[in-house]
Design a protein. Structure first.
Length: 364
């Protein structure tokens, strides 16, 4: 009785065939996560590094989703081998345009996508391992080179995926396509001249090393910290936390000041005292400011303080000193500290800061 039921044919398939199909999908949904973790663990054992601080948990977070998709597609494929379309539908074969071809091509496309997704996530994980190692070294070039290599790896995966899709799904002759790309590459390069210049600029940056990730630079009107050097552009984080993207061509062609290569930071400004300030007061103020700068723990001995000129409404004193650190945070902290001390010195000698004023004489 039961045998007769499961062998009963419905839409060209027996009940047993449907049980196999839906049963395999159900089991796949139930055990998908467990199987994905198992395969993720196997992949982790293959590429893991004992010295790395990036562990299996991070690897699983990157790989679980793409592996789950790949496994689910495989289970659906295995289950689909037990069923077929009803003969009375008279569908075209899988090698001819029709519903069967559409389903087969769509399935293959998603499967290729899942494989590429896994490869991209593995590249991300390798990038994390290398980044951790780079942080432990003093060479900043590692921090700049690793993201660049990761981008190259991802681009190769994208190109490989596109060629596989074109060859296996759209039946494109890859050899002929590669030849055509070689001929059309010149025209494409001419059409995208600016992009090509930016790409060449990225290689110039890596080999010439005018700056590395983490350096504070000024290029044009932009000053900030280098965060990333890509194929087309360089990202700079300004001191007001804005992220500015500068084309690599401009980074190479424009005048660039690498503040990170300085051993000191220069500070120069003037203060104006009132004309009521006497000569002795000015001399005392200049000497005290000079001594204060020389004795400051964050400045060197090359500072200069001089009574510079008679301004339109003030007696101007030029102040020049060098902060013994290239870091922006040290610079602004030292400037603030010295400014407070200058105010105290001026007040101690009973003088005051001048401000623009105009004297008007009235005659009868």
């Amino acid at each position: 009785m039961n045998t007769n039921i499961i062998t009963k044919v419905f839409l060209g398939n027996t009940i047993e065939d449907y049980i196999w199909f839906f049963g395999s999908i159900l089991l796949g949904l139930i055990f998908k996560k467990l199987i994905s973790k198992y395969f993720s663990h196997l992949l982790f054992k293959i590429i893991k590094n004992q010295d790395s601080n990036v562990g299996a948990e991070k690897f699983n977070s990157l790989l679980i989703q793409p592996i789950s998709l790949c496994i689910m597609l495989s289970i659906i494929y295995i289950g689909s081998t037990h069923i077929q379309f009803p003969p009375e539908w008279n569908l075209a074969n899988v090698d001819k345009i029709g519903l069967k071809m559409l389903i087969n091509k769509t399935f293959s496309l998603i499967f290729i996508y899942s494989i590429c997704w896994i490869l991209l996530r593995m590249i991300d994980f390798i990038g994390l391992i290398l980044s951790k190692k780079a942080e432990a070294t003093e060479n900043k070039m590692d921090d700049q080179l690793i993201p660049f290599i990761i981008e190259i790896g991802k681009i190769l995966v994208y190109i490989l995926g596109v060629f596989i899709i074109l060859g296996n799904i759209f039946n494109v002759n890859i050899a002929a396509l590669a030849t055509g790309l070689g001929i059309g590459g010149v025209a494409l390069a001419m059409a995208s001249k600016e992009s090509l210049e930016n790409l060449l600029g990225s290689f110039t940056i890596f080999f010439d090393q005018p700056f590395t990730v983490g350096d504070v630079v000024t290029v044009g009107s932009v000053t900030g910290t280098i965060e990333k050097v890509g194929f087309r552009s360089t990202r700079i984080r300004t001191f007001d936390k804005s992220l500015v993207t500068v084309p690599n061509k401009k980074m190479i062609d424009a005048e660039l000041d690498n503040l990170g290569l300085r051993s000191v930071r220069r500070v120069k400004f003037s203060i104006g005292l009132t004309y009521e300030t006497s000569t002795d007061q000015i001399k005392s103020i200049v000497n005290d400011i000079q001594e204060m700068i020389n004795q400051h723990e964050k400045t060197n001995q090359e500072g200069r303080v001089r009574f510079q000129e008679f301004g339109s409404s003030s007696l101007d004193i030029m102040i020049l000193y060098y902060v013994s650190s290239p870091r922006w945070e040290d610079l602004i902290n030292v400037k603030e500290d010295i400014n407070y001390k200058i105010m105290d010195i001026v007040k101690k000698h009973k003088s005051d800061f001048a401000f623009p004023s105009t004297t008007v004489y009235l005659t009868k």
